[in-house]
Design a binder for this molecule. Sequence first.
Ligand SMILES: CC(C)(COP(=O)(O)OP(=O)(O)OC[C@H]1O[C@@H](n2cnc3c(N)ncnc32)[C@H](O)[C@@H]1OP(=O)(O)O)[C@@H](O)C(=O)NCCC(=O)NCCS
Length: 234
Amino acid sequence: MPDTSQPHKLSTFTSSEPLLTLSRPGLTIRPLLHSDAARLALLCNNIKIARNQGRLWPLPYTLDCAHDWIANTRHPSNFILTHDLGELPEHSQVPIKAPKRWAIALNGEQIGGCGMGIVPLGNDREGDDRVGAIGYWIAEEYWGQGIMTEVLKAYVAWLWRAHPKLERLNAHVYNWNPASVGVLKKCGFELEGTSRAAVMRFGKKCDLLNFGILREGVVVDGEAPTELPAGYND
Ligand SMILES: CC(C)(COP(=O)(O)OP(=O)(O)OC[C@H]1O[C@@H](n2cnc3c(N)ncnc32)[C@H](O)[C@@H]1OP(=O)(O)O)[C@@H](O)C(=O)NCCC(=O)NCCS
């Protein structure tokens, strides 16, 4: 039996194999590789992508930015405990710490990215692993072919398997981005609210659309606690 009792001791994630192979021929989700850097910089240096991302997305997106991002995603300090590594042969024994961000590839070549980070809930320490937030993008030349919808459906299904404590996923979309709204709705996300004028990107302001999806079967307790549960230990 492999020793899975101390997964944090994994220091280097080296696999380049697909995490998931999708039904469209050649389409995979795989680890980001240092050899992706030049292409990543080329694809991401696009205001039509950058305007829909958070403030950490640089523009211009230089080769250095791409190298930094890849190094960041592959650094063990940014890994997350993962209970299912799909098809990755190198780490078939789980749980293990693995990257949070992945490349979307067509015939091995990167065409996009997707990732999930756990949302730190300040007042909810006991539920720290319950809520995640996703992000994704596809290179402009591949838009409108249903690729992101196919990827997101498979990715979300994998996230539930890989992170058993995860109960909900957030997705935040700027209201000038109907394509992303379309993808989320087709993948089962629901619009839960709008944060008005919450976003300023390259000098333009818009509303932030807050989407969410729950793991099947998750229900809200509804009643506030009036006493500590048996065995509760903060
Ligand atoms: C959002 C994004 C990932 C969509 O990827 P994609 O592979 O083109 O998405 P899909 O083809 O699977 O689906 C897009 C859906 O939006 C619809 N859509 C696209 N543009 C639209 C528009 N202007 N108005 C209404 N619907 C639109 C498409 O018709 C499609 O729905 P359909 O299949 O019912 O026709 C891609 O546009 C992208 O990377 N944009 C820049 C980065 C980004 O926005 N990331 C997400 C941040 S929240």
